[in-house]
Design a binder for this molecule. Structure first.
Ligand code: ARG
Length: 270
């Protein structure tokens, strides 16, 4: 069972990567200089994201056209504009984001990504721009109040996420927990609703959005002290890191960040 998921997700990552290469094909001449960013691409910055994460990033279909929107996208657009770049966005599975940076196929990643020590060995991060907590999501009436209640249950997590790491730790401490790592958050929610998995670990703000649209689901917060929050990821030694940090801190002090938090998280903002 586990192996089947693994194979399925490998194929998905491979496909996504092909799509990405095509998308950037025209501007790759200076690809080796990915760390330098914009200049190598004629003033275009390529952001990679996994647009399955409302309100951070998701695909909105308005009038037949699909557009990637969200909190991260608004921040990225503002930073790109401030720094004089055009912005291109590519949508790939979360698990493929860091490989895309390492291969020079994107200048930065915004995907509600948490700056963990492990990831820092492969990419550089901006300052954290938003904080988060973890929750267990389950079908209403499922009676889950703490991680121990996951005994004997199948738990969905996004492949390559800190939630997957957290679930791996659970397997060590809670008896008979089975993991179901999936590529996209909406797949996880579907599996949960259909009863193919018993629970999922999802970040609070994202879980609350899904709960609002799915009254048959419930969530409980997990207390843990692992890494949390979102930062922007770059290829190692990218010169963009300091420029992005400068604009991020300007956004903090001008109140623009707060406005965007209220816009996208509304009364869920802390
Ligand atoms: N914050 C978590 C992590 O960094 C989950 C992020 C998932 N993001 C997404 N766009 N699906 O692992």
């Amino acid at each position: 069972m586990k192996r089947r998921w693994f194979l399925a997700s490998t194929a998905a990552v491979a496909l996504a990567t092909v799509g990405l290469t095509t998308a950037c094909g025209g501007s790759q001449s200076g690809g080796d200089e990915a760390a330098g960013g914009g200049e190598a691409r004629g003033g275009v910055l390529t952001m990679a994201t996994s647009a399955d994460y409302p309100p951070y990033e998701f695909v909105e279909t308005a009038g037949g056209a699909e557009e990637i929107v969200g909190f991260d996208v608004d921040i990225a657009r503002h930073i790109a504009e401030e720094l004089g770049y055009e912005l291109e966005i590519t949508n790939i599975d979360f698990n493929g984001l860091i490989p895309a940076l390492q291969a020079g196929r994107a200048d930065f990643v915004m995907a509600g990504m948490t700056p963990t020590e492990e990831r820092k060995q492969n990419v550089d991060f901006s300052e954290i721009y938003y904080d988060a907590k973890q929750t267990i999501v389950f079908q209403s009436g499922g009676g889950i109040a703490s991680p121990e209640d996951l005994t004997g249950k199948t738990v969905g997590v996004q492949l390559g996420s800190i939630q997957e790491e957290l679930a791996n730790d659970l397997v060590e401490t809670v008896p008979n927990v089975k993991l179901s790592p999936l590529n996209r958050i909406n797949e996880i929610v579907q599996e949960l609703k259909s009863g193919r998995i018993d629970a999922a670990i999802i970040e609070d703000t994202v879980a609350e959005g899904f709960l609002a649209n799915n009254p048959d689901l419930e969530a409980v917060e997990i207390r843990e002290d692992g890494p949390a929050g979102s930062a922007i990821a770059f290829p190692k030694d990218s010169e963009l890191v300091s420029e992005f940090n400068r604009v991020l801190s300007e956004m903090e002090s001008s109140g623009m960040m707060e406005e965007l938090i209220v816009k996208w998280f509304g009364d869920r903002a802390e």
